[in-house]
Design a protein around this ligand. Structure first.
Ligand SMILES: CCCCCCCCCCCC(=O)SCCNC(=O)CCNC(=O)[C@H](O)C(C)(C)COP(=O)(O)OP(=O)(O)OC[C@H]1O[C@@H](n2cnc3c(N)ncnc32)[C@H](O)[C@@H]1OP(=O)(O)O
Ligand SMILES: Cc1cc2nc3c(=O)[nH]c(=O)nc-3n(C[C@H](O)[C@H](O)[C@H](O)COP(=O)(O)OP(=O)(O)OC[C@H]3O[C@@H](n4cnc5c(N)ncnc54)[C@H](O)[C@@H]3O)c2cc1C
Length: 648
């Protein structure tokens, strides 16, 4: 064990196991999680070579093989709890996505949430036994965001009681769905529904695309892989062109809207229920932001504890780079954000399941807030985590640029979360739409609830415009900082609403007023989400009984809130002493940095990083890893080429 990293662990002021148990929910949950992870770690079937040493085709084949092995092994172990399955898979796939990813994350959830009981009876056994292997085909070459303009059509033919599916233009070709290129034999296809000559908008259909016996594309189906991407190399994101493909009427997902045999259309209680799967994934992505950022912090902070470089005081040995204030200022606010997002991810998942429970009982009243919260927090946390992973990579110097550090793979796998499942800017604008509506309701005296209730508070406290109120902050008191973030959010929501109002008073259209206020609208959503994150971090602290853990997390929460103020100082009164306070907090966190990342409890296999190894033996591992590179399998390759050039 590297002596530096040993000393770091001896210096900690709290018990990492206590914090790990808190993050898992209990000591028993930690034990069970580790037990499941060890099933993968000790399984020779999963001891394979690094995907970075493979071609794209080899990576895809390995991913399919691993997906298949996981299915069989989970069955053999009798593991069926979704969270336990997640622990097993997360360990097996390490940083990468799995070939059947979309089947699990979107195809199955859509069947669960949008099929009638009769349809579930037919499709769930097929899908749960992987006979029907599916993807979620919504995006087209010409449209990803503006789904009301998707062009694929599903036209009902009452004479045969079938839908005829068509991609009428090149821009209507389905493009991007994961697992579509080679893996799936079915797709949930989002298409404009036409019946009795009328268009009823976007609806979901189960479309067979490959023969379940031969896996050959079915008649009228053109399907394939869209080619190499920035990352996700083991995933066959694909294209799908449908030409007069006929499916039975029963293949339209009819839990909410129906088409009768004669073609008459029965409308849903809300036309946004078709969008439900997207809200689910957005909510789950918040937790992914926490995991990607916490893994990156684990790697960068452990490496910074064993890396010695430069000279702090003349004549003294090279210090650990973690002792540089600049390095701490890079990494510790991200470590604080990783903890903050862990708690927000738990909150988002709980809120999603609570509100969808009400929706399943027919109460749709909280759907708008759920949509706004999931959209905003997905954008807020992925933007922060995305940038943070790059900071962690660069904080590791040249070795951070090596694939064996794990950081490039974390980055290229995580970064599309800022785009898929709702491009972040568009998502922030969706949240802004909800905030402006709530602001107007508060001005009219309506009582708001949930995460926007502060808009009432600000109205009651002082009727004069929020924007004229000074932000006075007690920089040592988290409650005071929460208030500052709340006031900032109220202020920026008011600025956005007033910008819209001003535009409208110039008698331009609502749409142009909206577009001309987009900057203020996005900033208002960002401020709202930032307040929600700080508020939830503070609320979590009140649940912690262990004083040592409470103290170290309180320090992190203060750092997160104060650092956020310096990043947005224009919105707060720039308090000069904040920088001094931040420096003092960095010093306070320093002895606990490694213990704090140890508490995330990522085993080396899942971390997949020679820089972030638990034992800190970085250089030996880097050398061993490099020697395994395929280019090192032959000594003379370059020499042959060199000779050819020489002879010319
Ligand atoms: C662990 C994971 C790893 C998982 C790993 C997974 C691997 C990768 C998976 C990626 C999969 C994908 O990308 S699947 C494809 C994802 N695609 C998207 O997300 C498309 C993004 N675009 C959209 O969602 C939509 O076009 C909007 C929301 C931007 C606009 O929709 P619209 O219908 O035009 O709505 P708009 O006029 O703006 O607003 C009309 C009203 O509808 C409401 N509304 C809009 N959307 C919704 C909604 N979803 N739910 C409820 N309500 C909604 C608005 O609040 C508004 O209410 P009111 O104000 O009128 O009351
Ligand atoms: C790795 C990956 C996996 C994916 N998997 C799937 C999948 O399985 N199934 C599926 O259906 N799709 C999938 N997608 C597609 C993804 O959902 C879309 O790329 C995403 O919805 C964004 O749409 P777009 O690509 O058309 O970008 P666009 O919407 O064209 O965005 C381009 C730019 O235009 C801006 N813009 C667009 N509209 C507005 C507006 N109203 N106001 C302000 N700015 C705006 C955006 O902010 C952005 O800057 C995947 C994408 C990726 C990268």
């Amino acid at each position: 064990m590297n002596p530096d990293i040993c000393r770091e662990r001896e210096n900690a002021t709290f018990n990492t196991e206590t914090l790990t148990n808190m993050l898992d929910g209990s000591a028993e949950k930690t034990r069970r999680r580790r037990e499941i992870e060890s099933l993968v770690i000790n399984d020779p079937d999963f001891q394979h070579d690094d995907p970075n040493f493979m071609s794209r085709s080899e990576r895809y084949d390995a991913a399919v093989k691993k997906s298949s092995q996981m299915i069989m092994k989970l069955r053999d172990y009798g593991i069926s709890d979704p969270e336990e399955i997640y622990f097993y898979k997360r360990t097996a796939r390490r940083t990468f996505h799995e070939a059947f990813g979309l089947h699990y994350t979107m195809f199955l959830p859509t069947l669960y949430s949008q099929c009638t009981p009769e349809q579930q009876k037919k499709w769930l056994p097929l899908a749960e036994n992987f006979k029907a292997l599916g993807t979620y085909a919504q995006t087209e070459l010409g449209h990803g965001t503006h789904i009301r303009k998707l062009e694929t059509t599903a036209t009902y033919d009452p004479s045969t009681q079938e839908f005829v599916l068509n991609c009428p233009t090149v821009s209507s070709i389905k493009w991007w769905p994961g697992g579509l290129g080679k893996t799936s034999n079915h797709a949930i296809v989002l298409a404009q529904l036409y019946t009795l000559g009328k268009c009823h908008g976007l609806h979901a259909f189960i479309v067979p695309i490959r023969c379940m016996k031969t896996h050959q594309p079915l008649p009228g189906v053109t399907v394939g892989d869209i080619g190499p991407k920035f990352g996700f190399e083991e995933v066959d994101n694909g294209y799908l062109k449908l030409e007069n493909v006929r499916i039975p009427r029963e293949n339209m997902l009819m839990k909410y809207a129906q088409v009768e045999p004669d073609g008459s259309y029965l409308k849903p209680p809300s036309d946004k229920l078709t969008y439900g799967t997207m809200v689910f994934i957005r909510a789950m992505i918040v937790g992914e932001s926490a995991r990607a950022l916490s893994k990156s912090c684990t790697i960068a902070i452990r490496y910074s504890a064993v890396r010695h470089q430069s000279e702090l005081r003349p004549g003294e040995p090279e210090p650990q780079i973690l002792d540089y204030q600049a390095q701490q200022y890079k990494l510790f606010p991200l470590l604080a954000a990783a903890y903050a997002f862990t708690f927000v991810g738990q909150y988002m998942s709980d809120t999603y399941h609570r509100i969808t429970g009400h929706i399943n009982q027919g109460d749709f009243s909280q759907l708008p807030e759920l949509h706004a919260l999931a959209a905003g927090l997905k954008a807020f946390t992925t933007w922060t985590a995305n940038a943070g992973i790059e900071v962690c990579r660069m904080a590791c110097g040249g070795h951070g640029y090596l694939c064996c550090s794990g950081l490039p793979d974390i980055y290229v796998t995580f970064t599309p979360t800022c785009t898929y499942e709702g491009e972040n800017t568009v998502m922030m604008l969706q949240t802004a739409r909800f905030l402006v509506k709530c602001y107007r309701q508060a001005r009219e005296g309506q009582q708001l609830s949930g995460t926007v209730s502060y808009l009432n508070e600000q109205q009651r406290l002082q009727p004069q415009p929020v924007s004229s109120r000074p932000t006075v902050v007690n920089i040592n008191d988290l409650a005071s900082l929460v208030e500052a973030y709340k006031l900032r959010a109220a202020k920026l929501v008011e600025v956005a609403a007033k910008s819209l109002q001003g535009e409208l008073q110039r008698s331009i259209s609502q749409e142009d007023a909206w577009n001309n206020s987009s900057i203020e609208l996005v900033r208002a959503s960002d401020a709202h989400c930032h307040y929600v994150v700080v508020e939830l971090f503070a609320a979590k602290l009140s649940e912690i009984s262990d004083t040592a853990v409470h103290s170290v997390l309180n320090t992190l929460a203060l750092l997160y809130a104060l650092h956020g103020i310096t990043l947005n100082s224009g919105d707060f009164l720039q308090l000069s002493q904040i920088t001094q306070r931040i420096k003092a907090l960095l010093v306070e966190i320093r002895p606990n940095a490694v213990a704090l990342v140890d508490s995330f409890d990522y085993n080396d296999e899942m971390l997949n990083s020679v820089l972030g190894r638990y034992d800190g033996n970085v250089y030996e591992s880097m050398f061993e890893w490099a020697k395994r590179s395929p280019l090192n399998r032959t000594e003379v390759r370059s020499f042959i080429i060199f000779n050819i050039i020489q002879k010319k």
